[in-house]
Design a protein around this ligand. Structure first.
Ligand SMILES: Nc1nc2c(ncn2[C@@H]2O[C@H](COP(=O)(O)OP(=O)(O)OP(=O)(O)O)[C@@H](O)[C@H]2O)c(=O)[nH]1
Ligand SMILES: [Mg+2]
Length: 319
């Protein structure tokens, strides 16, 4: 399987090899991936669920529960485990493989870890495109697990149609130091490890923090669960179903298409600016030197690049 056409056809047919090839192309930022993404874009269906939260919060355990739930409804499920700490993953992470082992041999489940070796849009760009590939191949939901609660994770979480923020007792200072904005990431805040001491304090803290949210922002639902013993999961499924029912597939597709266009404009802008830097200043490093030596300001360089681009457009007779 080497030709782009084979990969495109394979994705439509749900071929595991084709999907795996496409995901590698996306991760490496290969130019051919754009051709693939373009052709499979219209095949997307279903919805995606983002799961984020601090290390060890029980995200993978919850994802595994979620897989069982959707598999029992005959859905096929795609999982992307995002690892912001490593640009080099490729294939499933060992830990995630172990925790989701019971699903590893199920042909209705596709699990893949993602880094961002070469994608222009970084990790969130790579994840967005990977999610598209899985969705086009018919997996729904596509579940995106990402570790952490920083800016990178917020971006990744924001890709999904429904976002779950997983918190656990004993985070202590971590929770205290979380910016108030963290609560705004989640459509649902899951208080996991409800079998542990400290769950009441965590719930009080979270509810108090939500009270401080500015008016006009929809407050997330708060659901207590224990991913290991299964308590509270029914409530979680109901909360997810309620959210999934708010928007139609068409509405979700439109929102994500416009968002993707905005991101691609930024990615292309960056690419084009780098090209212009090459032609005008011998590249980014040389331009940085000019700034650091006090020869030019960043604004002077920006202005010059725009003028150059305008000049090229005029030269080509475009408007
Ligand atoms: N007591 C208790 N332990 C849990 C619960 N959920 C998960 N765990 C345990 O917490 C540990 C971490 O679980 P994971 O599912 O790997 O957590 P994670 O958030 O995916 O971890 P990273 O991907 O490494 O950030 C494992 O030992 C789980 O068995 C729970 O509800 N109660
Ligand atoms: Mg995990």
């Amino acid at each position: 399987m080497s030709s782009t056409d084979d990969i495109i056809r394979g994705i439509g047919e749900g071929s595991i090899r084709a999907i795996a090839r496409a995901l590698s192309m996306v991760e490496n930022g290969s130019a051919d991936s754009v051709e693939v993404l373009d052709k499979v874009f219209s095949l997307q269906s279903g919805f995606s669920i983002g799961v984020t939260g601090p290390p060890g919060a029980g995200k993978s355990t919850l994802v595994s529960r979620m897989i069982s739930r959707y598999r029992s409804q005959e859905n096929t499920v795609g999982v992307i485990a995002v690892d912001p700490s490593s640009p080099f993953t490729g294939g499933a992470l060992l830990g995630d493989r172990i925790r989701m082992q019971s699903h590893a041999s199920d042909p209705g489940v596709f699990i893949r870890s993602m880094g961002s070796r070469g994608h222009l849009g970084g990790l969130s760009g790579a994840t967005r495109d990977a999610s598209l590939v899985l969705s086009a191949a018919g997996y729904s939901p596509v579940i995106i697990e990402t570790v952490g609660v920083g800016q990178a994770e917020v971006e990744v979480a924001d890709l999904a149609d429904i976002t779950l923020l997983v918190l656990v007792p004993g985070l202590g200072d971590d929770v205290q130091s979380m910016k108030a904005g963290i609560m705004e990431i989640g459509d649902i805040i899951i208080l996991n490890k409800a079998d542990r001491n400290g769950i009441d304090q965590l719930e009080s803290y979270v509810r108090a923090s939500l009270e401080l949210m500015p008016p006009g922002i929809r407050k997330p639902e708060v659901v207590r669960v224990s991913a290991v013993n299964g308590d509270g999961l029914e409530n979680l499924w109901k909360a997810i179903d309620r959210l999934a029912a708010i928007h139609s597939d068409e509405q979700r597709k439109s929102r994500s298409a416009i968002k993707t266009l905005n991101e691609i404009l930024k990615e292309n802008g960056l690419l084009f600016a780098e090209r212009l830097l090459e032609t005008q200043y011998n590249g980014r490093e040389a331009a940085e030197e000019l700034i650091l030596s006090g020869t030019l300001s960043p604004y002077a360089i920006g202005k010059k690049l725009l003028e150059t681009a305008e000049g090229m457009l005029k030269h080509n007779g475009s408007k």
